[in-house]
Ligand binder design. Structure first.
Ligand code: PRP
Ligand code: ZN
Ligand code: MG
Length: 223
């Protein structure tokens, strides 16, 4: 890959993290020229550009060196780290960003008897986070089948493709709408600044250090 002299940050193109992420970067003094329906936003003042992509693609783009940093949910970052495992480019959570708070939880049909993780033995669990779910099942010593779905996980029990689910919960509205009950929290999540373990040793590294300093100032002011 050709070295770049401008910093490139990946973030969600459209979704819950998009507005607060742009707002945070603005507060750090970064402004962008391109409109938001474009894939690429050119930075006006500092040499920092944005790549607007699907959130699930962000860790891979950083690991490949296509982007230097990403603003992404801890859930997506940790799923990538778990699935890729050792040997691949490793990513670090550089800063928690204090927005997009949610949790990855097990949810069961409201009328199902459930008191402990062992009650999941022999059942099928639908999720978009097979890595995190398998890790938790292993920790709890539960033998259940993991059914991986890209989305609409909450309707799996009604469709009969799984008995229970493991999905993100924010307000809880989706669970209620689907007659599901949250039982166990696997991960507390929020938006984070993700990047490689080692920062680049060129101007981009200096720019990242500056950005981290500004972020720390902005996040402190807000708390
Ligand atoms: C997440 C999750 C649930 C919903 C939970 O999906 O998959 O569907 O949010 O939020 P609630 O507890 O406030 O109802 P999201 O809409 O973020 O996107 P996706 O499923 O399309 O990835
Ligand atoms: Zn997603
Ligand atoms: Mg959803």
């Amino acid at each position: 890959m050709k070295p770049r002299d401008r910093l490139r940050i990946a973030m969600q193109k459209s979704g819950r993290l998009t507005e607060p992420a742009l707002d945070l970067l603005n507060r750090c003094g970064l402004t962008f020229r391109q409109s938001r329906d474009k894939l690429f936003c050119f930075g006006e003042g500092e040499p920092v550009d944005l790549l607007l992509v699907r959130d699930d693609d962000i860790p891979g783009l950083i690991a490949q060196g296509v982007c230097d940093l990403g603003i992404v949910g801890r859930n997506v970052l940790n799923e990538f780290r778990g699935v890729v495992g050792d040997g691949a480019a490793t990513l670090t959570e550089w800063r928690p960003l204090g927005f997009g708070r949610c949790r990855l939880s097990i949810a069961v049909p409201q009328d199902m008897d459930y008191s402990q993780p062992q009650d999941l033995s022999g059942l099928r669990i639908a999720t978009s986070y097979p890595g995190l779910l398998n890790q938790w099942l292993k920790e709890k010593n539960v033998d259940a089948a993991v059914v991986t779905l890209a989305g609409s996980v909450e309707i799996a029990p009604k469709l009969g493709t799984a008995e229970v689910i493991c999905d993100l919960v924010q307000s809880g509205g989706t669970l209620i709408a689907n007659q599901l009950r949250e039982t166990d929290v696997l991960l507390q999540s929020e938006a984070v600044l993700a990047g490689p373990d080692a920062l680049p040793s060129d101007e981009r590294g200096d720019m990242i250090e500056l950005l981290l300093k500004r972020l720390d100032g902005v996040i402190q002011v807000r708390e």
